[in-house]
Write a protein that binds this ligand. Structure first.
Ligand SMILES: NC(=O)c1ccc[n+]([C@@H]2O[C@H](COP(=O)([O-])OP(=O)(O)OC[C@H]3O[C@@H](n4cnc5c(N)ncnc54)[C@H](OP(=O)(O)O)[C@@H]3O)[C@@H](O)[C@H]2O)c1
Length: 257
């Protein structure tokens, strides 16, 4: 039976590349997003995926500024109603919490990042695991960040949330392994996003050429890692992290240009 995957924040960029990877592997794909009011059109992304790969693809909507359990329930009912067993869930959506200077950041703004990256992901994982348990197992993959381990300035909430994701994923691995559910985290370093291409805040020059491999991640590098962790090849891998950062985290000081 055709399995399905839910990917949050998948209407463009990294998330869409992850959706493409699963579509190529024959999955039915649910593209999660906040919709046109906040972000991109999930239905347009699903249509594009369907046309490109001939797979089943559907957009599903949620809110992250005001998280509603009933809404998440309804989303998972929608997935169930399509009849494809949920076997994978990739948590790509993130509140980037940029420019939050620790001395002056408002508590509400700090908590919005934690609520999105920890609370919302917890609720999605709990619902996904409920279905996976019924489906005989599945795989959860959190797109974390290498800043869970070594931080960047003025992003206390973001780095803390990505760090919390490590313990959350380990907890899921321990609590739900008995149901055949695995849970792992990918730690990207820098990714070649539109922001990076447009060299916002001079980020293109920041570290990109100074990793051990002299490069940073393409969207596909993250997508390949996400698919691998959901595949049968990774059947014994759970409760751990896979760093995909060109070796950035391993070096104490950036390589000379
Ligand atoms: N870019 C990097 O260099 C880098 C480095 C390390 C880790 N990461 C991680 O890798 C993942 C992808 O990164 P990216 O740069 O490609 O991300 P992005 O494009 O900025 O955002 C990914 C998705 O998150 C959703 N999103 C954005 N703001 C949100 C908010 N406030 N609340 C809920 N959802 C929100 C968006 O979906 P909708 O607008 O459609 O809802 C978007 O598609 C993220 O988890 C990020 O933390 C990225």
């Amino acid at each position: 039976m055709t399995p399905c995957v839910l990917i949050t924040g998948a209407s463009f960029g990294t998330g869409y590349a992850i959706a493409e990877r699963f579509a190529k592997e024959g999955y039915a794909v649910f593209i999660g997003g906040r919709g046109k009011k906040y972000g991109e059109d999930v239905d347009a992304a699903a249509k594009q995926l369907q046309e490109a790969y001939g797979c089943f693809a559907k957009g599903v909507l949620y809110h992250t500024d005001c998280i509603c359990e009933q809404e998440i329930n309804a989303l998972f009912e929608q997935i169930k109603a399509e009849g494809y067993p949920l076997k994978a869930c990739v948590f790509n959506a993130a509140h980037l919490g940029r420019g939050q200077e620790s001395l002056s950041v408002k508590f509400d703004d700090f908590m919005q990042v934690i609520q999105t990256n920890v609370g919302f992901n917890f609720l999605i994982a709990q619902h996904a695991a409920g279905q996976m348990k019924q489906n005989g197992g599945g795989s959860l993959v959190f797109i974390g960040s290498n800043s869970a381990l070594r931080v960047t300035e003025n992003r206390c909430a973001y780095c803390s949330s990505k760090s919390a994701m490590l313990a959350m994923s380990k907890s899921f691995a321990v609590d739900w392994g008995q149901y055949g559910i695995r849970s792992n985290v990918i730690l990207p370093g820098m990714i070649k996003t539109k922001r990076w291409q447009e060299n916002e805040n001079g980020i293109q020059n920041l570290l990109a050429n100074r990793t051990p491999i002299g490069d940073i991640a393409e969207f596909e590098d993250i997508a390949n890692a996400a698919y691998f962790l959901c595949s049968e090849q990774a059947r014994c891998i759970t409760g751990t992290e896979l760093t995909v950062d060109g070796g950035m985290l391993a070096q104490l000081t950036p390589k000379e240009e």
